[in-house]
Design a protein around this ligand. Structure first.
Ligand SMILES: [Cu+2]
Length: 266
């Protein structure tokens, strides 16, 4: 009876973990929104996440079953017999080193393409590399945006005709775009949860970040690095427009900023 109680005690935790995992989608504890990502790169990142999740669940169940088997058989040994000591098993140790090693190597190579596409500028999609739409400067406690004048390219340094805005980042939907991310003071993190994009803004660096919003809409843009007392204020929006509306918005912004000699949106 005592043995059964302990068995149930040890079994309860992995079973509870599996029940919670199974309930996760229903309780909406998974990815934001309906669980699907809003960007093509996000889909690939989700695929990697779920692949790793499946592998870890298999390993988790395997190790728990092994643990329970050992506990059950060892606790059932007659008490009047001499204790038996194990000095390890070479064959088993090789097996349980080689298999996880092989899995880790597989994951390391398998994710390389997505990692490169996400982080390494020369591996960005061609369209993203030419579509540099804004410079985003994080500062305590807002996102400062600099867009090039309509029809112009974004230059490294501010140009006459550049347009300025705060917090809400406007982009065309359905097209890969790149922003240059900077920080004016401390470290911040540019986070688009529903697009699965996250990049630290590091003082002194100008970091290219590309993404593509699949559909027009508004997506949360938040700072994911505790950057001071007003960190919470850095909740903004990524506004993805249909391409023609995006052009219209940019023209309007230019008109607002320059036609009457001063910037209303600055
Ligand atoms: Cu911040």
């Amino acid at each position: 009876m005592k043995r059964l109680c302990w068995l149930l005690f040890f079994l309860a935790w992995p079973i509870l973990a599996l029940i919670i995992s199974a309930l996760t989608p229903a309780l909406n504890w998974g990815f934001p929104g309906d669980g699907a990502s809003d960007s093509p790169l996000g889909d690939e990142i989700d695929h990697l996440y779920y692949l790793i999740l499946v592998l870890t669940v298999i390993v988790f169940i395997g190790t728990q079953v092994g643990l329970i088997y050992v506990l059950w058989t060892a606790s059932g040994r007659p008490k009047d017999q001499p204790v038996w000591y194990s000095h390890g098993n070479h064959k088993l140790e090789i097996i349980w080193t080689v298999i996880p090693g092989a899995i880790l190597l597989f994951l390391a190579f398998y994710q390389m393409r997505v990692w490169a596409e996400f982080r390494i500028e020369s591996s960005f999609p061609q369209q993203a590399r030419t579509n540099i739409i804004a410079e985003v400067t994080a500062r305590q406690f807002e996102w400062r945006l600099r867009y090039p004048a309509p029809g112009k390219k974004l230059e490294k340094h501010a140009q006459p005709g550049d347009m300025y805005s705060v917090n809400d980042l406007h982009v065309p939907a359905g097209v890969p775009v790149t922003i240059y991310l900077k920080s004016q003071d401390v470290q911040h993190s540019f986070f688009l949860p529903s697009l699965r994009i996250k990049q630290d803004a590091v003082p002194g660096l100008s970091i290219p970040v590309w993404f593509e919003a699949k559909e027009p809409g508004e997506y949360p843009l938040v700072c994911a690095e505790l950057c001071g007392w007003g960190h919470y204020k850095m909740g903004a929006k990524l506004i993805a427009h249909p391409p023609e509306e995006y052009e219209k918005y940019m023209k309007q912004l230019h008109k607002d900023q320059y036609d009457d000699g001063f910037s209303k949106n600055r």
